[in-house]
Design a protein around this ligand. Sequence first.
Ligand SMILES: NC(=O)c1ccc[n+]([C@@H]2O[C@H](COP(=O)([O-])OP(=O)(O)OC[C@H]3O[C@@H](n4cnc5c(N)ncnc54)[C@H](OP(=O)(O)O)[C@@H]3O)[C@@H](O)[C@H]2O)c1
Length: 309
Amino acid sequence: MQTRRFGKTNFDVSVLGFGAAPAAFLNTEPTAAAALVNLMLDAGVNLLDTAAMYPGSEAFIGEHLAHRRDDYILVSKCGTKVSESTAAPWTPQLVADSVERALKLLKTDVIDVMLLHSCDLATLQKGDALAELVKARDAGKIRHVGYSGDNEAAAFAAGLPDVAVIETSINIVDQVNIDTVLPAAGKNDIGVIVKRPIANACWRPKEAFRGFYGNYAKPYIERFDKMNLSPEQLGFAGDDVQEHWPEIAIRFTLSFPEVSTAIIGTTNPANAQANLGYVARGPLPSGAVETLRSAFRAGNTEGKWTGQT
Ligand SMILES: NC(=O)c1ccc[n+]([C@@H]2O[C@H](COP(=O)([O-])OP(=O)(O)OC[C@H]3O[C@@H](n4cnc5c(N)ncnc54)[C@H](OP(=O)(O)O)[C@@H]3O)[C@@H](O)[C@H]2O)c1
């Protein structure tokens, strides 16, 4: 497994990480989910991404994966309401309560990265939620502070001295953060986790989208249709040429040197295995990247295709 520098964190991170959202929201049976994550860890994946708001996800990691805690960089997110705290979203008290809750559920002494989970720019500018994470860092409860989000909020966060990690959406149909967030991240030596890196597999037929993915992936499905590209235009051939989209998608995301890791969400061991093979092939050739960049620009004539949270 290839690794990249994870910004100023001193970690080297695998280019493929595990995004825990689908397993949590689609209620994947825990033993099956644990087998899938273990498969990825055994192959060299070393970053797990969870959040206070992913149902049962922090507890799942604590129960099923804490025994091999040294094998992964642990990333969680907070700031949204949790049932164990009466504090309001984005307040310092809620952040403090969420850090304590996460330590307990994740069965760990320290969380490597804790991100504010997609608050708006005004909340970031107000600063007290982030300051509470800095307090937790200085107390040794978390190692690094960061922000998960997009567009101007993520670009703003990437310029803050206390922020070491940004999680943001970058993929074949979500490219604005490449031009807005990555330059700020590069300048400030920020570790960049890419969420939604395989574009929610938006090329799939409608019936393949389960649960919340039906609505969640809709903007991506529309953009993909409008971009109207074929794998052949990107240098891929074969009898079942549509099969190349997952590879094209993940290799596009990893084509940007500022990107540290791409956290694909999957509930399917066969997809996890396939993704391990795709990332081993490295970035896409520059011509294919440019074709995808041009198709995005041509589709985004009204400037409405902003980074999707
Ligand atoms: N605001 C935030 O902080 C935020 C927002 C969104 C996401 N995230 C994080 O980022 C992670 C990734 O985002 P995401 O899960 O929304 O999107 P994603 O990784 O782009 O797409 C996930 C979807 O792709 C499918 N998939 C994975 N590998 C595939 C393959 N080889 N072939 C075909 N389909 C494949 C999965 O289906 P199967 O289960 O069938 O494999 C799943 O439905 C999340 O899990 C979460 O950790 C954070």
